[in-house]
Ligand binder design. Sequence first.
Ligand code: DX5
Ligand code: ZN
Length: 224
Amino acid sequence: MVEIVPSILSADFAHLADEIARVERGGARILHLDVMDGHFVPNLTIGPPVVQSVRNITRLQLDVHLMIEHPDRYAAAFVRAGANSVSVHYEACRHLDATLGMIRNEGALAGIVLNPATPVAVLEDVLEVADYVLLMSVNPGFGGQKLIPYVLEKVRKLDRLRREKKLALPIEIDGGVHLDNLGDVVRAGCDWIVTGSAIFHSSDPEATVREMRERAAQAIAVKV
Ligand code: DX5
Ligand code: ZN
């Protein structure tokens, strides 16, 4: 099942509960929360208290994307704040296996994120201890960027790799996805499709999520 995953990075933080209610009405089942520390990426966003506040107002799966140095020091705090899935960058983890194990032990799904320039090949041996993989389709740090086309080839490679290993782990994509390229992203093999500005900067986020869900379902129907 392909999921449209709204990223609140482009939402109006002064009216976050209303923004979340809109995408929930549109059919979203997962919500993406971007955590940035001003070191791993040149931007700052939210910490565990905001995740906790969001947890209090929704039952959606909270998918936390850590764009921070030393994710091993902070991941547990996000799970305790209510995150259901937490992803850490391969590029930020010195002991990736241990960090993934810690997230799982805390009770959340553990995801590995790759920057656009990091090859899928680095996942070959660690795939079994991850619950999902997030492939960045922009350089992380900001919403509203253009999707980097070569990332779709990475999605196809990862799709082949998971089939070879008989693993069902979801492939997530993040950055630059909008209505016009959604079909390509789905056909490449993505399951969780993060999209921020295309939803929250649209005039009707609820209708946009609904339309994206329909468009994704049509793309799958064509694929098989
Ligand atoms: C970028 C973030 C994304 C961002 C995507 O570093 O990880 O989640 O919100 O935004 P759009 O969909 O606008 O590219
Ligand atoms: Zn993200």
